[in-house]
Design a binder for this molecule. Structure first.
Ligand SMILES: NC(=O)C1=CN([C@@H]2O[C@H](COP(=O)(O)OP(=O)(O)OC[C@H]3O[C@@H](n4cnc5c(N)ncnc54)[C@H](O)[C@@H]3O)[C@@H](O)[C@H]2O)C=CC1
Ligand SMILES: CC(=O)C(=O)O
Ligand SMILES: [Mg+2]
Length: 565
């Protein structure tokens, strides 16, 4: 197994003794060879047997399975990540299906809620508002020097769980674990960051164990200039870094993206990554059904960052298929807390306004109220696609789903809210209420559903299918910006990979176990789009493919030689 790496050049390491064992990027534990143990003063610090990474992974897998609940499994895996990153990624490589729900949604949600209780060791950078004059120093202190991907949150909208303060750090850590496990970005190049601007979560403020800044969130001018200082410091420290905004509250997500998308290589995963995965799924589903996305009508529950991001991408795709912008917008219905977004509502944000329906076009709609509920929309607009991004569980009721299936043979129903506890409906309920007719995709993983003896796999429509490939494509091409075209290419590349669209059967999205191949394919398309948009150097497709392979890090141990200090 290790032979293929034997020709790889050795690494020259300036650390020795216990310090080397404390370095998660360099530690090999019991896999240090006898020669290395002698050269690096490790003799006596490890049990006698020199193990292979496979043997270490087998022990860790047995230990993993001995834990009785997922939260404990999460803590266990995070501990391996913090002590031996190579082993951590080997384990995930070997058991992605079992471990992805533990390091990512749904378990990461619980890990964020209990962040201060389960805290063990430092990882990433915590930039708190009281330390705002020292941001540059904090970035200098990061344990990683050559950072290529940052995921940053301020913890205000963590999955559908709300404001979790610095507990939100679990999300950048989890996302970056997937950048490595699914997108092959070396963990030496990734850095999770939380901007600690306080929290409005009273439970956390009252919690004696809470480790963040105990202060209500700063807002307005103070918040904006703090983020601006952070972005300037990042640009000075790592001018070519890819920065992913993650889980910011609705009021900040879009303004931050609009302000910075042309200042550095960045994107917002909840708006743009989610749009790419959702529209990729819908394009694949339409292809499989022999129709087009522009033939569908789409209803959303939740007109926030994710909902409006997906909706705008749907409008673009429908225009690409031949509709005018007006025709496309007339097919998309956004329902939020106060009902359907129409031009009668006066309190809409800019990005919601663009997606509101003209009330004159709804004059013949039947409703008991002035505001149209989701049920009213389903009754009157007859959507064939229903997308849940409200963060509220159970809102796709039996009545709504049964009404939907009256008007459409194969409804596509996507409760995308995370974690599992926030899903708008369960796949079992949706399939029961539609008598097995619905095509279901969820944000968090759900098991196979058996409907009248038939086993139906449930696709996980999560931006995890997109962002690792974008990161790999940006790194392989040296792209300086993330353009709309690059996101659109990622979306179409995912649709190319759909088993159902390709073969007419099987799941709508490729199984998670194929995510590395999917990410490589997305990376190539993203890199090509970057070149077309003039934000990356021109190279042939062959050269891009080689760069994607060359940049794809694999979890194995390199040989170490002692560097002179
Ligand atoms: N599957 C995936 O890849 C992704 C899933 N999500 C999930 O989507 C959810 C929303 O995320 P964002 O859009 O970023 O949050 P957001 O806070 O920007 O938007 C949520 C929207 O839902 C609305 N809402 C809340 N309760 C409602 C109700 N009872 N009826 C109708 N609308 C209601 C809110 O007013 C808000 O406009 C979260 O649970 C998140 O985990 C987000 C990004 C990616
Ligand atoms: C998947 C994701 O980014 C979210 O639920 O926020
Ligand atoms: Mg998110």
């Amino acid at each position: 197994m290790e032979l293929e790496y034997e020709s790889e050049r050795p690494l020259y390491i300036p650390y020795a003794g216990p310090i080397l064992l404390e370095f998660p990027l360099l530690n090999k534990g019991s896999a240090f060879s006898q020669d290395e143990r002698a050269a690096f003063n490790l003799n006596g610090l490890l049990p006698d047997t020199v193990e292979t990474i496979d043997e270490q992974a087998e022990r860790a897998w047995q230990q993993f399975n001995a834990f009785l609940n997922d939260d404990d499994k999460h803590v266990f895996l995070r501990n391996i990540q913090d002590t031996n990153e190579t082993l951590f990624y080997r384990l995930i490589d070997d058991h992605l299906e079992e471990m992805m729900p533990i390091i990512y949604t749904p378990t990461v949600g619980s890990a964020c809620e209990h962040f201060s209780e389960i805290y063990r060791r430092a990882r990433g950078v915590f930039i708190s508002y009281p330390q705002r004059d020292h941001i540059e120093d904090m970035l200098q202190n990061a344990t990683k020097q050559n950072v290529k991907v940052i995921v940053v949150t301020d913890g205000e909208r963590i999955l559908g769980l709300g404001d979790l303060g610095i507990g939100g750090m679990g999300i950048p850590i989890g996302k970056l674990s997937l950048y490595t496990a699914c997108g092959g970005i070396s963990p030496a190049y990734t850095l999770p960051i939380v901007l600690d601007v306080g929290t409005n979560n009273q439970q956390l403020l009252n919690d004696p164990l809470y480790m963040g800044w105990r202060h209500p969130r700063i807002t307005g001018e103070e918040y904006e200039s703090f983020v601006a200082d952070f972005i300037s410091a990042v640009k000075r420290r790592w001018p070519n870094v890819l920065l992913q905004f993650e889980d910011f509250a609705q009021k900040n997500a879009m303004p931050l993206l609009e302000r910075y998308h042309d200042e550095l290589c960045c994107f917002n995963d909840d708006i743009q990554g989610t749009a790419a995965v959702a529209v990729g799924t819908l394009v694949a589903a339409s292809r499989a059904a022999g129709t087009k996305l522009s033939d569908q009508r789409v209803a959303f529950l939740g007109a926030g960052s994710a909902g409006c991001g997906i909706a705008e991408q749907i409008v673009k795709e429908m225009q690409h298929e031949g509709l005018s912008e007006k025709e496309a917008r007339a097919r998309v219905f956004m329902v939020d807390r106060y009902g359907l977004l129409t031009d009668k509502l006066t309190n809409l944000l800019d990005f919601q306004q663009r997606l509101s329906q003209s009330s004159s076009a709804l004059s013949d709609w039947q409703s008991d109220n002035d505001d149209y509920s989701l049920l009213d929309v389903v009754r009157n607009a007859h959507p064939s696609i229903l997308i849940g991004v409200s963060g509220q569980p159970g809102l796709f009721t039996e009545e709504i789903i049964r009404e939907m299936v009256k008007h459409c043979d194969t409804p596509i129903v996507m409760p995308l809210s995370n974690p599992t506890s926030r899903a708008e409906a369960t796949p079992t309920d949706i399939l029961t209420w539609t008598e097995g007719k619905a095509l279901v995709a969820t944000g968090s993983p759900f098991g196979t559903v058996t409907w009248q003896g038939q086993k139906i796999a449930i696709a996980q429509c999560n931006n995890a299918y997109i962002f690792p490939g974008i990161g790999l494509g940006v790194i392989a091409s040296g792209a300086k910006r993330v353009t709309e075209n690059m996101l659109l290419s990622a979306c179409r590349a995912l649709a190319d990979y759909s088993p159902k669209a390709q073969h007419g059967e099987g799941p709508i999205l490729p199984p998670i176990t194929e995510i590395q191949s999917v990410s490589k394919h997305i990376a190539v398309k993203v890199a090509l789009a970057a070149q077309q948009d003039g934000v990356a150097t021109q190279r042939s497709e062959e050269q891009i493919k080689e760069a994607v392979e060359a940049n794809f890090w694999k979890p194995h141990y390199r040989q170490y030689r002692r560097a002179s200090i």
